[in-house]
Design a protein around this ligand. Structure first.
Ligand code: URC
Length: 287
């Protein structure tokens, strides 16, 4: 027998730039919103009866209309507002997932209306709502960091394929992808929480004397949990951006940790979760 399995549908990547004007001082929020709904959707799959379907085009229009009516504050608040709206307004929709990415802009000069896309990381969030409970995961991607010392790597397995030399001093560099789960998102001050978590990640990366990127990962995750009581779990994905010392001896030059080749691939990929042992059940938060 063939049956319909889990399914969801929505509009991916609705790009919205919301401008707020206070006289000559303009502000912009640049976001990418993906909505995804599930509920009584058996018939649309099995017989093509669309009567339970809130069209993905309507979902996109709702994102635009809400940006006008409510503005776009913390992306988590906007995601929750949309998720609640879809479930609470449509009897056939039982679950909403709203994911948002935010691209950051800085002021270009002091005109109040000119901006330059900043090199900052992308802020992210995913909110779920099922009609009674909400789950929120916040995060960031592409937070690029590098330490020029205080990183060693030695003592690992040596088998017949091992060639990596042990090192007591290397460059440690990564582009942090991090996501953190709010224990009880209702009432969280998401902008403040974001800045605290980001600062904790940076402080732990810069301040940890590292014997491996795995050890640094754990230090970063636990620092977020120590500094942010509202967060109960952190997931990190850390590509090891290898920097290899270049052999300059063919040119009669020594290379005392000065000239590196920044390899782009392959790269080590170190991933892990750090959580409180009494963290509430994750439910659909990570989906
Ligand atoms: O921090 C590291 N962890 C590893 O597991 C590993 N493996 C490797 O080749 N280099 C590194 N560095």
């Amino acid at each position: 027998m063939i049956i319909l399995g889990p399914n969801r549908y929505g509009k991916a990547e609705t790009r919205v730039v919301r401008v707020t004007r206070h006289g000559d001082a303009h502000h912009i929020k640049d976001v990418n919103v993906s909505t995804s709904l599930s509920g009584d959707m058996a018939e649309v799959h099995l017989s093509g009866d669309n009567s339970a379907v809130l069209a993905t085009d309507t979902q996109k229009n709702t994102v635009h209309a809400f940006a006008k009516k409510h503005g776009v504050g913390a992306i988590e608040d906007f995601a929750l507002l949309l998720a609640r709206h879809f479930v609470d307004s449509q009897p056939t929709v039982h679950h909403a997932r709203v994911a948002i990415e935010e691209y950051s802009w800085e002021r270009n000069g002091d005109s109040g209306h000119s901006f330059v896309r900043s090199g900052r990381e992308t802020r992210t969030c995913v909110a779920h709502y099922d009609g009674s409970q909400a789950w929120v995961v916040s995060g960031l991607t592409g937070l690029v960091v590098l330490n020029t010392t205080n990183s060693e790597f030695w003592g690992y397995i040596k088998d017949e394929y091992t060639t990596l030399p042990e090192t007591r001093d290397r460059i440690l560099a990564t582009a942090v992808d991090a996501a953190w789960r709010h224990a009880a998102p209702d009432g969280d001050a998401f902008d403040k929480s974001y800045e605290n978590a980001r600062q904790a990640l940076l402080a732990a990366f810069g301040g940890t004397y590292s014997l491996s990127l795995q050890q640094t990962l754990y230090a970063m995750g636990s620092r977020v949990l120590n500094d942010c009581p509202e967060i109960c779990e952190v997931r990190l994905s850390l590509p090891n951006r290898h920097h290899f010392l270049v052999d300059l001896s063919p040119f009669g030059l020594d290379n005392e940790d000065e000239v590196y080749f920044a390899a782009d691939r392959p790269y080590g990929l170190i991933e892990g979760a750090v959580l409180r042992d009494d963290a509430p059940a994750a439910g659909p938060a990570w989906e």
